[in-house]
Design a protein around this ligand. Structure first.
Ligand code: GCB
Length: 615
């Protein structure tokens, strides 16, 4: 009987977890959209840290080890306690721990931490003013990969997923005056994490993006969005949270062009449908017009900078504001220039990368691979004028048949959509990268595609697919054969013919492409490694000459595929990857950058820049 009940319970749990989750269910409890425009305290700066490889701070071994002596998050002055009593015994003291810069990954902070992969505790003390009826939240832009948050010794919440923001309310735990914030960060990935433990980029554990303490009124604007619809109107919604959220008047002002008002329903939600003002300038990469949009309700006010544009597919064309566009792009990892990147994407660091794309390569598009990039990068893409492909790290393989993993992917995707849906630059949500075709995998991606379409019907859906190379009637054919194409608006494919295996460049001109129907196609990746400064005319792999010739030949091949509507070759700059250990050419770096890790252009940079200039 007991077994039967357990089995029934497991069955019900499985059915619930496998149900297509409604878009509504996945909305995080709090969003605090446009966080950088809110009343907040930036908690960046020097924090202390403590390694915890055996997870002693989180684990109680059946009471065998008194865990209190290891719990880094206790609100306790260890030094004072030790001074008071000779017998009190602790095996931590974050107050006297070594210092580290937050935001930033620990891997770059200290040579001994380069390959540390485990649990690490961080602490920061800060002062706060009395709340007097307001509410307080901690907003983390990203913690890689799991976060356990404590304030003044009290457990506040946790989060999984290394690249999306999360907000935790701390109204009841915050003290007027001194506060102690402790965060356990676990960087380990496993077969059920997203991504799993095998990728082609660096671990970068830590609090990698800014942390803010945000103070709001008791009732506040949690979310506010506006976008230009294909029907030619501007629509959107505002959500209030708090005791006065229902039946409130909400007003919105789009620069000096338009104002509108609506009233919230019982759940605090107001919707807008606004006639497009005649003078509205559409956002384009050439003229990235942004408007100051002001939302007001219940005594709270929130501003955002929003651009208005439409994106659509017609036949095999991609239409921006109704006009065909070719995406002149490049792929980008989140790594600043320099020999020891910490994944600390400051505004100058991000601007330097995006300027290389826009002004160096003559690009209008960037693939932000393989995860949601920093918020500053998205804001700069809006401001500088670069179209964006955005993705979550459903990469190579995940546990396709596990409903809990699907749920994780859907939540992560929702967090990314809610974060960036006011960014005009974002035109494409990708639901996967190079995942080998199988029935469970296609079901998983299809659920993601349905979910993202329900959350955001204003943007296009794609996925970076694998290409199959085979011989038909003596000719080499590159074929896209993937049932997932039915779920996509734009097809995309990664191709490395001429690089991997013992391939040579001679094969490239003869390759014929077989792509499904009358659909737009993006070459989401192609590339070859080159060590900057390694020169040899003999067309040897890893030379700049080989990489440049690979680009010439691949671009010539692309020109012969009639439905190619854009490309994002792999990749702007060399990036760290523990997979890449050739002792002469790689040493822990993927060398497919058009720029070296410090920004030195390789020959292929010029080849792509010339091609884009002529497009
Ligand atoms: C790919 C992956 C990318 C790798 C790249 C490479 O297809 O999507 O993450 O870094 O190839 O260098 O092989």
């Amino acid at each position: 009987m007991k077994n039967f009940i357990t089995a029934l319970f497991l069955l019900i749990a499985w059915v619930v977890a496998s149900m297509p989750a409604g878009a509504q269910d996945l909305r995080p409890a709090f969003l605090l959209t446009a966080a950088q425009h809110r009343d907040s305290q930036d908690l960046s700066g020097q924090w202390t840290y403590s390694k915890d490889l055996y997870r002693t701070g989180l684990t109680d071994i059946n009471g065998w080890v008194a865990k209190s002596r290891m719990q880094r998050y206790r609100d306790i002055d260890v030094a004072a306690q030790e001074a008071r009593s000779g017998s009190d015994f602790f095996e931590f003291d974050l107050d006297r721990g070594p210092l580290i810069n937050v935001p930033g990954a620990w891997n770059a902070a200290d040579a001994t931490l380069r390959y540390y992969d485990g649990l690490m505790w961080f602490q920061r003390k800060f002062k706060s003013r009395p709340l007097q009826g307001s509410r307080a939240f901690l907003r983390f832009e990203a913690v890689n990969y799991r976060a356990y948050v404590y304030l003044n010794g009290k457990e506040i919440g946790k989060h999984e997923g290394g690249f999306t923001p999360f907000v935790l309310e701390v109204t009841d735990a915050l003290r007027a005056g001194d506060n102690r914030l402790t965060v356990g960060v676990d960087s380990t990935h496993d077969a059920q994490s997203i991504p799993t433990f095998i990728t082609d980029w660096d671990l970068y554990g830590g609090i990698t993006r800014p942390v803010r303490l945000i103070i709001t009124p008791a009732t506040f604007i949690d979310d506010a969005t506006l976008s230009l619809q294909k029907n030619g109107r501007i629509s959107g919604e505002v959500r209030l949270q708090g005791p006065q959220a229902a039946r409130q008047r909400v007003s919105v002002k789009i620069g000096a062009l338009a104002t509108a008002a609506a009233v919230t329903d019982g759940a605090g939600r107001a919707v807008f449908d606004i006639k497009v003002p005649a003078a509205l300038e559409r956002w384009t990469p050439e003229k990235p017009s942004l408007y100051d949009v002001q939302f007001s309700a219940a005594g709270d006010a929130l501003r955002d900078r929003i651009g208005f544009r439409t994106i659509a597919v017609q036949g095999n064309q991609i239409l921006l504001n109704g006009k065909p566009i070719f995406l002149r792009g490049i792929s980008l990892h989140e790594e600043e220039f320099g020999p020891n990147p910490a994944r600390n994407m400051t505004e100058p660091a991000s601007r330097a990368l995006l300027h290389q794309i826009k002004y160096g390569l003559h690009g209008n598009y960037v693939r932000l691979s393989h995860y949601p990039h920093s918020e500053v990068t998205l804001r700069l893409a809006d401001e500088i004028g670069l179209l964006v492909w955005s993705e979550i790290p459903v990469y190579w393989t995940v546990d396709w048949e596990n409903p809990a993993v699907l749920r994780k992917a859907l939540v992560m995707q929702a967090e990314a959509v809610y974060r960036d849906r006011n960014r005009a630059s974002v035109i494409l949500w990708s639901v996967g990268n190079e995942t080998p075709v199988s029935e469970p995998r296609t079901r998983f991606h299809s659920a993601m595609a349905d979910n993202v379409r329900a959350l955001d019907p204003t943007r296009l859906i794609s996925a970076a697919l694998l290409v199959e190379r085979r011989t038909v009637d003596g000719n080499e054919v590159m074929a896209i054969q993937d049932p997932l194409v039915d779920k996509l608006d734009v097809l995309a494919v990664n191709t490395y013919a001429g690089w991997y295996g013992n391939d040579t460049l001679n094969a490239l001109p003869g390759l014929r492409w077989q792509v499904p129907g009358n659909r737009p196609l993006i070459l989401s990746e192609f590339g070859a490694d080159a060590l900057a400064g390694y020169r040899d005319d003999g067309n040897k792999k890893f030379t700049e000459e080989y990489q440049a010739e690979y680009y010439r030949k691949t671009l010539a091949m692309a020109d012969k595929i009639p439905t190619v509507r854009g490309m994002s070759p792999w990749i702007l700059k060399d990036f760290r990857s523990p997979r890449r250990e050739h002792p002469v050419f790689q040493n822990g770096w993927n060398r497919k950058g058009l720029l070296s890790e410090t920004g030195v252009p390789k020959q292929a940079f010029g080849v792509l820049a010339d091609y884009y200039r002529s497009k």
